[in-house]
Design a protein around this ligand. Structure first.
Ligand code: URA
Length: 237
């Protein structure tokens, strides 16, 4: 792996910041100052230090993205910009979005290269809560709320699983579901004669969208957030 890529991977800084650290002679590899960002290192066996402090390589990376509208939740697409196009080159190798949001949906998207954790989070048996801020075309009646919460027919074999609706204002509601069927939220509101005008995911399992992230921005998850994801799935780290 290139030295500058390694330094980004351990979250020492952005690509330009780490290059600056290298240029200033603050990075050593096996005790020798290294001034070339492109130098190849072995991330497992070499000892890389920043100001004499060893940097520990982590195999897995975990990001929270505030997905903007207009990008697709895929790793590549021949026609559209993808969520991976929003992640810097040094940080995106091997990562993928955990689940999908529609092209026009905004909000919290979790990305990682940790396949085992992603698999657990996406397992229908795990019932991971996903909460959406939904803007509707029409207001919801009490009956609509009862239907949505109890399960509605969206044309699948079975009705949707129990959900939670919280009315915020005449046309804004929070919907929490545990499934992730194709266009599920939109289809649930269509099933009660309504129409979703705008959709934003604000939580995914224990993760809440960091409101300091502007659409298109992302950040590394904290250790606490990563731990909470593992706790919720009983996956082995
Ligand atoms: N449900 C939808 O209809 N769209 C999404 O993007 C996510 C959930």
């Amino acid at each position: 792996m290139r030295l500058d890529k390694f330094l980004c991977r351990v979250n020492l800084g952005t690509r330009s910041q780490v290059k600056e650290y290298i240029r200033k002679g603050l990075i050593t590899v096996n005790g020798t100052v290294c001034t070339r960002p492109e130098q190849k290192i072995n991330e497992i066996t070499d000892t890389v230090c920043f100001q004499e402090k060893p940097l520990i390589y982590k195999q897995f990376v975990y990001y929270m993205l505030n997905k903007p509208g207009g990008v697709v939740s895929a790793t590549r697409d021949s026609a559209c910009k993808t969520v991976l196009d929003l992640i810097s080159c040094d940080e995106k190798s091997g990562i993928f979005p955990v689940g999908r949001l529609d092209k026009d949906t905004e909000g919290l998207l979790f990305l990682t290269n940790d396949g085992a954790l992603a698999h657990m989070l996406l397992s229908p048996r795990k019932h991971v809560d996903k909460t959406y801020l939904v803007t509707l075309a029409h207001s919801l009646s009490t009956d609509d709320v009862t239907h949505l919460e109890g399960g509605v027919d969206i044309g699948e074999d079975k009705p949707t699983l129990p959900a939670k609706v919280k009315i915020l204002s005449e046309l804004e509601v929070l919907l929490t579901i545990q499934e992730g069927k194709f266009h599920q939220v939109k289809r649930m509101f269509t099933a009660v004669g309504n129409c979703v005008v705008h959709l934003k995911r604000i939580s995914f399992g224990p993760l809440s969208l960091d409101e300091t992230l502007r659409p298109g921005e992302y950040r590394v998850l904290t250790e606490k957030e990563i731990h909470a994801l593992y706790e919720g799935t009983n996956a082995q780290k």
